[in-house]
Structure formats: structure tokens, C-alpha cells
Design a protein around this ligand. Structure first.
Ligand SMILES: Cc1ncc(COP(=O)(O)O)c(C=O)c1O
Length: 379
């Protein structure tokens, strides 16, 4: 690289950063060390996190850690190659069998992450000349997968199955309807039965992303294609696609984000397996997590919730940022979520609850939030 290359790159990036700064869209990483009991250390301060997705506290469970540590010592730090070469550790298959059983579907395939699962499976299902109809609030990686497929993409109004049906009318080629089960930023649940009925009428396939439901919210899910993550309630890392056996088989030949990337480290697979076993045998973890979310919602006058996510919308980005800073001063870590992650004018604090939160902290947090809503004049 010449000096000129370097200088023009610096100038280009600095210019972009300035534009982002001006529009309030610049993001910055903040080193955070997590600990037991939803603890988090940021900038040297010990805080309690109410914004991560470790809904059952399993990422810190000694049994999950030990399972990973044992596999790490036995099988090494990395998978060494893609799954199609030598990176297909047998633990992948144990995990896939377990996930398929839990999902009530014939088979499952583990991917490197939920993001990779979504961008991998969608282009296998549809392509140019086909149609994707997706909920407008679907996660960014579902949009990325849709774009990669080359299919035409239409967005239906959030949770409006009738609108999805209208958009499917007259479609030629294959049609795929995509939704999340539990919406990541709102915590509400998709009308899966209605969407399945619409799909049946219009000969479309239904695909769901259960990233925020798996292990926490029991949803009756009729979708034949179900994607999820191993990084949230499961507390490890990775993603999966569950569905018909032939489709799952096809993914190993056609899903680029499976074929052209290294397999997950065996230690991560072992931790995920241990975690899912605990998740299945200790339903009180999910019950406690949901009870904490419900207590918080009722204390702040939010409508009742059915998931671990409670959004408090402040509207303007600055208000959400002030509220986040005020909570941080009291030792509660809740990141502000702003556009474009959420629609313009809906900047919010996204509170997430865990089985490890203590009731006293939930109550103190609720009182602080009510005060902050008053300060920011949000009604
Ligand atoms: C709805 C949804 N899908 C997929 C993902 C991506 O999952 P992963 O973190 O495993 O890549 C996320 C995570 O942010 C998510 O919220």
C-alpha cells in the first residue's frame, strides 16, 4: 500500500464517520466484561445488565462452562476446517438431533451463528423470479438473506397476516413468508397460526426466526422452516435451521454460509449441548425470567408481556440516551436502541430479563425508569 492509498482511505473513513456523527448514527464499541448474576463491568464500574440476551443465565452456568472446558482440553480450540472438510465434529450431530427433537421437526443443521443461518437458508429456498413477503420489523440478517437470494422482497405491516396474504396474491414462482416468533426489539409475538393459514391458502412456505423465543417462550409454531440461535437463551454461540430432512440435507450442498466457513469450535458445541439439556430439564429458569419481565412491565404500567423483552420507547434518540446514562449512574446497564435498528422516532430502552435477576433489582430499576420517563417527559 502506498502512502497515498493510506491517506485517501483515512480521509474516506473520517468523512463517513463525520456524517454518521452529524446524523446521530455513529456507533461505538464499549468493552464490557460479563459476570455471574447478570453482572457486567464497564469502564471499571460494576453494573447489573438488563440488556443482554442471556435470558436463562446459562452462559455463566458452571455446568455449561465445565462442558465447554472439557471439550476444549480434549478437542482443541478450533474446528480446523469447514464442516465439509474436517470441521464436522460429531458434537454437531448430537446437537442437531437434540434441536430437531425440541422443535418437533425431522432434522436440523447447526450454523456458525444465527446470522449465518439466516443468510444461508433464504437463498437456498428462493431466488430470482420468486417472492419473499416478510414482516417489516424482521431482523437485519433476515433482510440480508432476502437480498442475497435475488427474490423480489415485499414487507407486510408488522404482525398483519391479512396484509401478508394480499402481498402474496398473484405471485408466480415460489413464495416464502418470513417472520420472527418473538420480535427482538418489541418482545411481541407473531400471529403464527394466521400466517400459516395464509401460507396454506397461497401455497407459500413459512419460515420463522425464533432467536428470542427458543428456551424462553413456548410458541406453538406450525412453520416448516425454523431458524434460531445458540447465543441467546442457550448462552453459547452458533445458529441452526430446523425443517424437513431433505431441506436440511440440501443445506450442506447449497448454503454458502455453511459450506464456505469453518465449523464451530467443539467447546462451543459442548457448551450448547449442556445448556440445552439444562434448559429442557429446568423449566423454572424460563418461568423466573418471564416472571421478572412481567413484574417490571406491571410496575412501570406497560401492557402485559409474554416474552423476556420489555421495550420502553422514548421517541427521540437523545431522550433514550439520557435515560440510559441516568440508569448507568445508578449501576444499571441498559443500552439505548436507536434508528436504524428501530424505526425513526422510536428510540428506546430495550429491557431484557433473566432468570438470574433479583426481584429487588427489578423493583429498583422500575422506580428509576418511571422517574426517567417523568424527567424526559415521555407519556
Ligand atoms: C431476530 C434475530 N435473528 C438473528 C439474530 C442473529 O443471531 P446471532 O447473534 O446468533 O448471529 C439476532 C441477534 O441479534 C436476532 O435478534
Amino acid at each position: 500500500m502506498t502512502r497515498t492509498d493510506f491517506a485517501t482511505l483515512e480521509a474516506f473513513a473520517a468523512d463517513r464517520l463525520e456524517m454518521l456523527e452529524e446524523t446521530g448514527l455513529r456507533r461505538e464499541l464499549q468493552p464490557t466484561a460479563r459476570g455471574a448474576g447478570a453482572g457486567a463491568v464497564r469502564s471499571g464500574r460494576e453494573m447489573i445488565s438488563f440488556c443482554d440476551n442471556d435470558y436463562l443465565g446459562l452462559s455463566m452456568d458452571p455446568r455449561v462452562i465445565e462442558a465447554g472446558a472439557r471439550a476444549l482440553r480434549t478437542f482443541g480450540a478450533g474446528a480446523g476446517a469447514s464442516r465439509l472438510v474436517t470441521g464436522d465434529h460429531p458434537l454437531n450431530h448430537e446437537l442437531e438431533t437434540m434441536i430437531a427433537r425440541l422443535k418437533g421437526l425431522p432434522a436440523a443443521r447447526v450454523f456458525g451463528s444465527g446470522y449465518l443461518a439466516n443468510i444461508g437458508v433464504v437463498p437456498v429456498l428462493v431466488g430470482p423470479g420468486d417472492l419473499i413477503v416478510m414482516d417489516e420489523l424482521s431482523h437485519s440478517c433476515l433482510h440480508a438473506g432476502a437480498r442475497l437470494s435475488g427474490a423480489r422482497v415485499e414487507r407486510f405491516r408488522h404482525n398483519d397476516a391479512a396484509h401478508a396474504g394480499e402481498l402474496l396474491t398473484g405471485a408466480r414462482g415460489r413464495s416464502l413468508v418470513i417472520t420472527e416468533t418473538v420480535f427482538s426489539m418489541d418482545g411481541d409475538i407473531a400471529p403464527l397460526a394466521d400466517l400459516a393459514a395464509v401460507c396454506a391458502r397461497r401455497s407459500a412456505w413459512l419460515m420463522t426466526d425464533d432467536a428470542h423465543g427458543f428456551g424462553v417462550v413456548e410458541v406453538d409454531n406450525p412453520a416448516p422452516i425454523q431458524v434460531g440461535t445458540l447465543s441467546k437463551a442457550v448462552g453459547a454461540y452458533g445458529g441452526y435451521v430446523a425443517g424437513p430432512a431433505a431441506l436440511i440435507d440440501l443445506l450442506a450442498s447449497r448454503a454458502r454460509s455453511l459450506v464456505y466457513t469453518t465449523g464451530l469450535p467443539p467447546s462451543v458445541l459442548a457448551s450448547a449441548l449442556a445448556s440445552i439439556e439444562i434448559m429442557s430439564s429446568e423449566p423454572q429458569l424460563a418461568a423466573t425470567c418471564l416472571a421478572n419481565a412481567r413484574l417490571f412491565a406491571s410496575l412501570i404500567g406497560h401492557e402485559p408481556v409474554d416474552s423476556a423483552i420489555v421495550p420502553v420507547v422514548f421517541g427521540e434518540t437523545a431522550k433514550a440516551m439520557h435515560a440510559s446514562e441516568a440508569l448507568a449512574r445508578e449501576g444499571y446497564l441498559v443500552s439505548a436502541i436507536r434508528p436504524p435498528t428501530v424505526p425513526e422516532g422510536t428510540a428506546r430502552l430495550r429491557f431484557t430479563f433473566s432468570a438470574t435477576h433479583r426481584e429487588a433489582d427489578v423493583r429498583t430499576l422500575a422506580a428509576l425508569v418511571l422517574r426517567q420517563l417523568e424527567v424526559e417527559k415521555v407519556h
